[in-house]
Design a protein around this ligand. Structure first.
Ligand code: NAD
Ligand code: DAU
Length: 334
């Protein structure tokens, strides 16, 4: 296939690009705004390969989007482009509205105009929090944060383009991803790097919130399955094999890094914090997908990757991320 991957320089997008090029022989063109979270270094393994092209630009810019389509003639758009951090959406929601609402609209119009298939990468957070049981694709959408509310708006817009214009569009909703190349604002890489540096490990509230962890390679394979085999107009959940409390994840990272449990600090909780996410993935499993990476193995490998790839995170940890961290946590990194 020839894919137009938006947001392909981010954590999951770059994992997907590597996977599709290496394992499926796809050609890929990436459009990415290169926000603080997007880095061309994430794609250095495929940069220079004949089937790969990169353009810097925003999905809300129709000139950039149509320019790529006319230049590269892809068959399908896969949209990862998003503002992805819940805490940042609480502090400043504007970019979330612009990218998720306007950006998704621009991509859908371009797909309609040029006859392209469309896949929207979405999140379990559109369903809100669930104390018991699991969410299916038919569960009501009850997002809690500006991040998840704007992602939900994007999902609804995608479905409206299927119902109104018969656009062959599908949605794939993932649970919490982890793995190499994840920006260190997120729980797992933040805790790994703070543990290694002897910094405090800031656990929100009691740390008993539950997340359903999936390795980014497994989520990327689910997206590929939905793109190839999903039914137009449908959404598919892709959850990981393991649910864990945050405090258990942090304690395991302490063990794996040889840090000290006294580094753990319970800090003020996130406003509107969702208590538990849990996804049923039966529908995508019926398409032949199954997650391969066990959380304990994936976490160990991820810790190892961060230990061995200082070239990737050192520029982040010594750059703007320091200011973000100080604003968010009220203290400086070491
Ligand atoms: P990320 O923050 O690592 O990367 C996002 C990428 O999108 C970056 O490269 C950024 O530069 C780019 N981008 C942002 N705004 C853009 C715009 N307006 N135009 C073009 N590019 C833009 O995010 P991620 O964790 O890789 O998430 C990718 C997708 O997966 C998102 O849609 C997210 O909602 C979804 N998702 C993430 C998770 C998770 O746990 N990280 C789980 C489920 C779903
Ligand atoms: O569930 C899928 C979602 O997972 C994605 O759609 C989002 O893009 C992604 O950011 C992620 O959202 P979360 O808010 O669940 O991820 P985060 O890594 O920010 O937090 C995971 C849990 O850890 C959450 O309960 C909050 C908690 N946490 C997080 C940070 C950054 C802490 O306790 N301390 C922290 O410092």
């Amino acid at each position: 296939m020839k894919l137009f991957v938006c947001g392909g320089a981010g954590f999951i997008g770059s994992t997907f690009v590597r996977q599709r090029m290496r394992e499926h022989g796809d050609e890929v063109v990436v459009l990415d705004k290169l926000t603080y979270a997007g880095r061309e270094e994430n794609l250095r393994d495929v940069a220079g390969e004949p089937g790969f092209r990169f353009f810097r630009g925003a999905i809300e810019d129709p000139v950039a989007v149509v320019g790529v389509i006319e230049d590269c003639r892809p068959e399908a758009i896969v949209n990862f482009a998003a503002e992805t951090h819940v805490d940042r959406s609480i502090a400043a929601p504007d970019a979330f509205v612009e990218t998720h609402a306007l950006g998704t609209y621009v991509l859908l119009e371009a797909a309609r105009e040029h006859g392209l298939r469309y896949l929207q990468v979405s999140t379990d957070e559109v369903y809100g929090s669930i104390e018991q049981g699991t969410f299916t694709e038919d569960s009501p959408l009850r997002p809690s944060s500006p991040y998840s509310a704007t992602k939900t708006g994007a999902d609804l817009l995608v479905q409206s383009y299927f119902h109104t214009y018969e656009l062959p569009a599908v949605i794939c909703r993932g649970s919490n991803n982890y793995g190499p190349y994840q920006y260190p604002e997120k729980l797992i890489p933040l805790m790994i790097l703070n543990a290694i540096h002897g910094d405090p490990l800031p656990v929100y509230g009691d740390g008993m919130q539950v997340r359903n962890w999936i390795h980014a390679t497994d989520f990327s394979r689910a997206i590929g399955h939905v793109l190839e085999h999903g039914r137009a107009g449908e959404a598919y959940n892709a959850g990981g094999p393991d649910e864990q409390t945050n405090i258990d994840v942090v304690k395991r990272i302490v063990e794996l890094t040889g840090a000290d449990e006294s580094q753990i600090e319970h800090v003020t909780d996130r406003p509107g914090h969702d208590r538990r996410y849990s996804l049923s993935s039966e529908k995508v499993r019926a398409l032949g997908w199954t997650p391969k990476v066990r959380f304990q193995d994936g976490l160990e490998e991820t810790v190892e990757w961060y230990r061995e790839n200082g070239w990737w995170w050192e520029p982040i940890r010594s750059g703007d991320y320091r200011e973000y961290y100080e604003r968010q946590y009220g203290r400086a990194l070491s």
